[in-house]
Design a protein around this ligand. Structure first.
Ligand code: DP6
Length: 322
């Protein structure tokens, strides 16, 4: 009973921020993302280890108790449906810094549920995997699929739909890394603080179905400019509602803001590029492939940028040998 799976992070263009139900981690809003290619989480599960409890090895070393607890929670969700699953040793490696705003929890849980499912005599259905991974991290079911992906609300559960294959609209992503320090307030806590205290929370939730419809339309017609406008609006609205929480959440540093201005200036000069920023200080520039060299050089020159990471669009989580 051993299997290995890989998954890639995804980046939301229409953002998930806020929970309708904290206990089941049900998002308050739907979201639309793109799955990346070159950043990878590789996760190996071994249910034959003979250990008496689940163990997590992350990037070659025993993981913190907090991370191990989230993995045990995930495995216990499988055990509700497959009670005979013995304790596992889970070994996970990221090809990029963990918890530096590059969505390691999304690829982490997508790889984990895919690997666990591969050892089951009776594998779960995709919608069951979506529910399990969503309960562990709301953005992770999107990494089960490649290309452009929507996570839609469906009563008190969620459904994930691939919208467009990566080959049907290849885009590039240039990530400007502006800090490698783990963020002070994680997404889960930040969302709850926002829901409880931000005066703009209700209008953020209300407006999101409009943004989802605009983004769906832009993707269906491969309208880059329309996707740029709605993605930047959703990103800025997410940060605005979080900044208005009490105390206000500020995920950006000065370099993040400089990068944002640089991307806007490039677009005004005619480059097909727009930005998005998650709950961290890295800026992600999404561009048409022909523009990515120029976008990467321009962002590399912004003082304070410590690394440029380049990706294309990638495939969903999958089982691999090893
Ligand atoms: C800003 O999926 O990390 O990246 O469900 O609490 O684990 P939890 O949150 P998480 O939140 C991601 C928030 C975001 C926007 C997005 O990816 O949609």
């Amino acid at each position: 009973m051993k299997a290995t799976a890989i998954a890639h992070p995804n980046i939301a263009l229409v953002k998930y921020w806020g929970k309708a139900d904290v206990d089941t981690n049900l998002p308050a809003v739907g979201s639309i993302s793109i799955t990346l290619d070159s950043l990878t989480t590789t996760t190996r599960v071994d249910f034959d280890s003979g250990h008496d409890r689940d163990e997590l090895i992350l990037d070659g070393a025993p993981a913190s108790e907090q991370r191990a607890k989230r993995v045990r929670f995930c495995l216990d969700l499988f055990r509700r449906l497959r009670p005979d699953l013995p304790p596992a040793v889970v070994e996970s490696e990221n090809s990029f810094p963990t918890a530096a705003g590059l969505a390691s929890s999304a690829s982490g849980f997508a790889a984990l549920v895919t690997a666990v499912n591969a050892v089951l005599d009776e594998p779960l259905e995709v919608n069951e995997l979506v529910e399990i991974s969503r309960r562990c991290s709301g953005s992770s079911p999107r990494s089960l699929f490649g290309g452009f992906v929507e996570l839609a609300l469906d009563g008190d559960s969620t459904a994930v739909r691939p919208i467009l294959n990566r080959r049907d609209w290849p885009l590039d992503v240039v990530i400007a890394v502006t800090s490698k320090t783990a963020k002070k307030v994680g997404s889960t806590d930040g969302m709850e603080l926002t829901r409880r205290t931000s005066p703009f929370y209700e209008s953020w939730v209300e407006k999101s179905s409009y943004d989802l419809a605009l983004a769906r339309g832009a993707i269906a017609s491969r309208d880059f400019e329309a996707l740029a406008v709605v993605s930047e609006a959703s990103c800025l609205a997410m940060h605005a509602v979080a900044m208005a929480a009490r105390p206000g959440l500020m995920y950006w540093n000065g370099t993040t803001v400089e990068c944002l201005h640089r991307v806007r200036a490039l677009r005004e000069e005619g480059e097909p590029v727009f930005f998005t920023i998650d709950a961290g200080p890295q800026l992600k520039a999404i561009c048409q492939p022909g523009a990515s060299d120029r976008v990467a050089s321009a962002l590399a020159e912004v003082p304070g940028v410590i690394e440029i990471v380049r990706c294309g669009l990638g495939d969903g989580a999958r089982v691999v040998e090893g």
